[in-house]
Write a protein that binds this ligand. Structure first.
Ligand SMILES: Cc1ncc(COP(=O)(O)O)c(C=O)c1O
Length: 391
């Protein structure tokens, strides 16, 4: 089947946070929403068909997870990433963020430190600080748009941390980590008794011939220190179904995690999510391959457009995720001015860069998972706003 990602779908009646919460987030209703990380595309047709059939059943009582669900999750990881998961080590979760949050709560004490590499997914701050733990930042080093790990600093910060949140692939920089980088980070963590938590939610959204390496496949020694969060919700645009999976290195850690969620009586999929996940993993590859090609085209379009028309704004070329990190420092605005410029002058609803690294200034994150027509309209508005700045 050929999917049409060019179609602009009206999501205004979709109960979508991205659209409905614009006023709350940006103070106005009519910005083009290129912020929160979901896509403006319909998911794979087999998933839609499976959920329609499930809806038609008309009985949505308490659910169980059949073997076929576990086989689909493990089969996907094996086929796409070469990772053989022991299905007995798989736990359910309502989402990757709830998993990260509970991991902080369960495996650290108040005041303990969680190591993060900034800029990074802003929830890494929130789930740490909301439990009274401290974030310890290891800022990435930037050189002409290329961001790399400062290993000296990483080693120093690891000495005082209990947990390391690894974002692999990396949001918002779109980095697909190399085997060497991953191994080095993990070895430092192991030497300092730091629990590695690998958030691999973006692992299927990889471009430019790069290969995602699951952290738990690096070596048996590293695997024994890693908790991995995986999900089909980002890949197949179904975050609203609220489901993901966590892979534990051993029974002891898994039992602690499962006990926490059992105590809250949260351990079952909702009536739709396990079917969606299973179908996506079994039958969604054709859609995903076309999606990746389309998004890659959006990245090229953004690059070309900015180079030709708005050279003051420098987008990175992400190797993963559908999120583009915009370097707007040449506009010479502080964060508050940049925010109001993007909203009021350019009419764009973007994520502010400082949320991903609190000391950063002059960056924005743009969600490129929408029709190219929308991207084009957004960039035209941005160009006009930049040109009108001094007039
Ligand atoms: C790195 C990362 N982890 C987790 C999430 C959200 O996961 P979930 O919706 O499963 O809670 C996102 C969403 O953007 C993300 O970028």
């Amino acid at each position: 089947m050929k999917y049409n990602f060019d179609e602009v779908i009206d999501r205004s009646n979709n109960r979508s946070a991205k659209y409905d919460e614009r006023e709350k987030k940006f103070g106005v209703k009519d910005v083009i929403p290129l912020w929160i990380a979901d896509m403006d595309f319909k998911t794979a047709q087999p998933v839609i068909d499976a959920l329609k059939a499930r809806a038609e059943e008309g009985i949505w009582g308490y659910t169980s997870r059949p073997d076929s669900y576990y086989e689909a999750v493990c089969g996907w990881q094996k086929r796409r990433h070469g990772w053989d998961i022991d299905k007995r080590m798989l736990s359910f979760s309502l989402g990757v963020v709830p998993s990260l949050s509970s991991i902080v709560y369960i495996f650290t004490e108040p005041g303990d430190k969680v190591l993060i590499q900034t800029p990074v997914y802003s929830e890494f701050y929130d789930v740490t600080e909301s439990w009274g733990r401290q974030v310890t930042e290891c800022p990435m080093k930037e050189n002409e748009g290329k961001w790399t790990v400062d290993f000296d600093d990483f080693e120093k910060k690891a000495r005082e941390a209990k947990v390391f949140f690894l974002c692999s692939p990396h949001n918002p920089l779109g980095i697909v980590w190399s085997r060497e980088e991953l191994t080095r980070m993990c070895e430092i963590c192991i030497a300092n008794q730091v629990l590695i938590v690998s958030d691999e939610i973006h692992s299927d959204l990889v471009f430019h011939g790069r290969t995602h390496i699951p952290t738990a496949t690096l070596s048996p020694e590293i695997a024994s220190h890693v908790i991995t969060c995986i999900s089909g919700t980002k890949t197949f645009n179904m975050a609203g179904l609220q489901a993901s999976a966590v892979v534990f290195p051993n029974q002891e850690l898994k039992d602690k995690y499962d006990k926490f969620w059992f105590n809250l009586d949260i351990h079952r999929n909702n009536a739709f999510s396990s079917i969606a996940m299973e179908t996506a993993f079994n039958e969604g590859e054709e859609w995903l391959d076309q999606l990746l090609e389309y998004i890659s085209g959006n990245f090229d379009f953004i690059q070309e457009y900015c180079k030709e028309n708005i050279p003051q704004i420098k987008p990175n070329v992400p190797d993963a995720t559908y999120l583009v990190w915009l370097d707007c420092r040449e506009l010479g605005m502080d964060n508050a001015a940049l925010r109001s410029f993007m909203i009021e002058k350019a009419g764009l609803g973007l994520n502010e860069g400082w949320a991903f690294g609190r000391s950063l200034s002059g960056f924005m994150r743009l969600n490129a998972a929408c029709s190219r027509k929308v991207i084009e309209k957004a960039l035209k508005q941005l160009k006009a706003a930049v040109e009108a700045r001094h007039s």
